[in-house]
Ligand binder design. Structure first.
Ligand SMILES: NC(=O)c1ccc[n+]([C@@H]2O[C@H](COP(=O)([O-])OP(=O)(O)OC[C@H]3O[C@@H](n4cnc5c(N)ncnc54)[C@H](O)[C@@H]3O)[C@@H](O)[C@H]2O)c1
Length: 703
């Protein structure tokens, strides 16, 4: 024995794999050899005793995992936070460990019930004693971390585990003497990896590969410059030797079958306190309230999943289940996050789902002034497509010009406070901007079971639509188009040149002629190719009737551009009788406004193409005012651009051959976004057929 460091161990008298509470135990029930386990444990015991003092706790019948003393509790100085096991299979160990600690003069802190924390398995002191690394995600709850900071008066850094093979922090993370760290980064989420990298210098980080990690290389016992562990690769051994650590390998295969190795089999009970350091923790908690069809619309699942997926944890404090089909439910959920940054991310997503602060927590939105034209304060709240309200001076104010990816600007006018979404570039020194996530709520229309079911057939989130499914969607779109037209409503189309190449131009032209479309949003290409077809019968040099390339056809579109340029605009070329058919012709003839937004790949461009993109975006936004429905036809660029500008509540039909484009637009939810994965020419021709079959408004002849 060379040191005064003490460890607590428990002989494997009753050790066995009796149940499955981690992936390592699967398939290993009663598969470990008692004799071999005893032999391996004694070897480890003997090795540690050569370098430190080992105390023993009496093993108890019926608690096979008591051998893993790392999970007895967390010790700092003479204070212990006793473990509160997640699984009932281990909860019976708690009183035995408590007795041992009390008998040995420790002050024992006991966590509230229902707040799991698995001791030194999930909380590891930096070996210099500067802070405590605390894991969560599988066994310990994030909400236990503030207790650790308070009772042990230590800074707690929360790390989220994401790979269930590494269910305890000590299975993938091992602080070593002199500030070194042995760890397996893929076991942690990106936020945690960033935190580790911020605290541990690159030359002190020893990254373990997966083969070593699954041999529990990180589950090591460190005494000064000695590291005791199960078998590891020569490469890792050399890496450790290079920075001055002597590795002692001792086989622990029988314990690996239960998901533990050297570190799990020991608890370091001498952890010196650094009096000059004090407790702090970055964990934040907030209580949010959700109301609506929480269960049948799946809202509560989505909310809880997003909390966990973003690195937070939750506790449902109250759930009031609406018992009738038509009644709504409400839930109060405590959300915890390892930092303010993570909390902001979680809350802003919860706001999108319609969550609000509890009334007693209601606070005004935080505002910061703009200090540079066109630049928002760092922490600005990024707006979404959902109708939003912000709380200013105790009043909820509706946000105007709702769109996504903007900031919420507040201005005081003689008529009161105005809140509106503004693009960053449009912010001025006169604006105050909403920052952080408090005092903000979105108003979402409750989506009931009935609503969802009635929309279901028209929605597809991904994958390829079957022919019948496309037909069903077309029937629905035709019906909607007729309804909107007959009610004097507004429909916008965004379209790419593929509409023309696939022969859909004539159908789109017909839709415009018959009054179904009130505005056309596209780029240079749709107009160029449409006019090429109208003037020369080709689209990109391909004869549209015969489907073959025409000699010299690749120059056609340039000639067309040149012709329109000569007349000064598309409208003038139409008026001069040069353009006599097609999509653009119908727009001009039927007074349907169009905006052609320029791009880097534009030939020409046509005189009508708006090459100032900021102006083009403003013109698009202007045209989108008051639309009820948008047909997005085979233009990823323009469709996604338009999607970002459009507030919730506008129906969108996105037609594209690429499921990824359709899925991106379908993220808005099933009620208002319909994706159709099909050829756009085919879609338009089916749509025209369907419209022709509609006899009177609001009645379809289906089947
Ligand atoms: N000559 C020109 O000036 C010229 C030519 C081409 C594009 N452009 C410009 O480039 C920009 C981007 O052009 P874009 O909108 O064509 O490209 P885009 O890549 O944004 O969109 C094309 C979309 O069409 C989809 N698609 C392809 N074949 C299809 C089919 N048969 N049926 C349904 N969907 C199909 C693709 O999956 C893609 O999502 C625009 O501003 C456009 O004006 C200019």
């Amino acid at each position: 024995m060379t040191s005064l460091i003490r460890f607590l161990m428990c002989a494997p008298d009753h050790y066995d794999v009796d149940y499955v509470i981690n992936p390592w135990m699967e398939g290993n029930i009663h598969k470990s050899s008692r004799d071999r386990a005893v032999e391996q444990w004694h070897k480890l015991h003997h090795t540690i005793k050569e370098h430190a003092i080992v105390d023993l706790v009496t093993p108890e019948q019926g608690w096979p995992d008591m051998v893993f003393t790392a999970n007895a509790g967390l010790v700092l100085g003479k204070t212990v936070v006793l473990s509160r096991f997640l699984h009932k299979e281990r909860q019976g160990e708690e009183p035995y460990f408590q007795q041992w600690f009390e008998k040995n003069g420790y002050t024992v802190h006991v966590l509230p019930p229902e707040l799991p924390f698995e001791g030194a398995g999930d909380a590891l002191l930096d070996r210099e004693g500067r802070w405590l690394w605390a894991g969560y995600g599988f066994r310990s709850e994030l909400d236990s971390h503030p207790y650790l900071a308070k009772w042990l008066d230590v800074e707690v850094l929360s790390l989220r585990l994401i790979d269930d093979r590494f269910y305890h922090l000590d299975t993938c993370f091992c602080p070593l003497t002199d500030g070194y760290l042995l760890y397996y980064p893929p076991a942690f989420d990106s936020y945690s990896n960033r935190l580790i990298e911020m605290r541990v210098a690159p030359e002190k980080r020893i990254v373990v590969t997966e083969p070593d990690a699954v041999n529990f290389a990180c589950n090591a016992v460190n005494v000064d410059r000695i590291v005791i562990m199960n078998k590891i690769s020569n490469k890792l051994k050399t890496q450790l030797a290079d920075v001055g650590f002597q590795v002692i390998q001792t086989p622990l295969t029988e314990f690996l079958k239960a998901g533990g190795a050297a570190k799990c089999l020991t608890l370091r009970t001498t952890e010196p306190v650094r009096e000059e350091l004090h407790g702090s923790v970055y964990v934040e908690s907030r209580v949010i309230c959700m109301k609506g069809h929480l269960l049948d619309a799946g809202l509560i699942n989505r909310a809880l999943d997003l909390i966990v997926d973003n690195g937070g944890s939750f506790q449902v404090l109250n759930f009031d289940l609406g018992e009738q089909r038509q009644s709504t439910s409400s839930a109060e959920v405590k959300v915890s996050a390892p930092s303010h940054e993570v909390m902001e991310e979680i809350i802003s997503q919860l706001i999108e789902l319609g969550a609000v602060d509890l009334p007693q927590d209601e606070r005004d939105a935080k505002l910061l002034p703009v200090t540079l034209d066109g630049v928002a304060p760092d922490d600005f709240y990024v707006s979404t497509i959902y109708p939003t309200e912000v709380r200013i001076n105790g009043q909820w104010v509706k946000v105007e010009k709702q769109r996504m990816d903007g900031a919420i600007a507040i201005t005081e006018t003689p008529n009161g406070i105005v809140a509106q979404c503004k693009l960053i570039r449009d912010l001025t020194l006169a604006d105050k901007v909403v920052v952080d996530v408090q005092g903000i709520r979105t108003v979402r229309k409750p989506e009931s079971r009935e609503q969802r079911n009635s929309q279901e057939f028209s929605f597809m989130s991904a994958g390829v639509s079957s022919e019948r499914r496309v037909e069903l969607i077309v029937e629905q779109v035709a019906w909607e188009l007729r309804k909107i037209r007959d009610a004097g409503g507004k429909v916008a189309v965004t379209a790419g040149p593929v509409v023309i190449h696939t022969g859909g131009g004539q159908h789109l032209a017909q839709l415009i002629r018959e009054g179904y479309i009130q505005t056309l949003l596209g780029g240079n290409a749709i107009a160029v190719h449409d006019i090429e077809q109208s003037l020369m019968g080709t689209s990109l040099g391909v004869d549209m009737k015969r489907g073959v390339a025409v000699m010299g056809g690749h120059r056609h579109h340039l000639k067309v551009i040149n012709t329109v340029r000569r007349y000064g605009s598309i409208a003038q070329a139409v008026e001069a009788g040069v353009i006599q058919s097609g999509v653009m012709y119908e727009c001009v003839k039927n007074n349907v406004p169009f905006v052609l937004a320029g791009s880097i790949r534009d030939d020409g461009p046509l005189p009508d193409t708006q090459m100032d993109l900021i102006k083009a975006q403003a013109e698009y936004t202007q045209q989108l005012q008051g639309v009820e429905m948008i047909l997005m036809l085979s233009s990823m660029l323009h469709s996604i651009g338009v999607g970002n500008m459009t507030p919730a509540g506008v129906k969108m039909v996105c037609v594209d051959i690429n499921p990824a484009v359709v899925t991106k637009l379908s993220d808005r939810g099933s009620v208002e976004s319909t994706g159709v994965v099909t050829d756009v020419g085919l879609f338009l021709s089916l749509l025209i057929q369907q419209l022709n079959q509609l006899t009177s408004p609001y009645t379809t002849q289906i089947g």
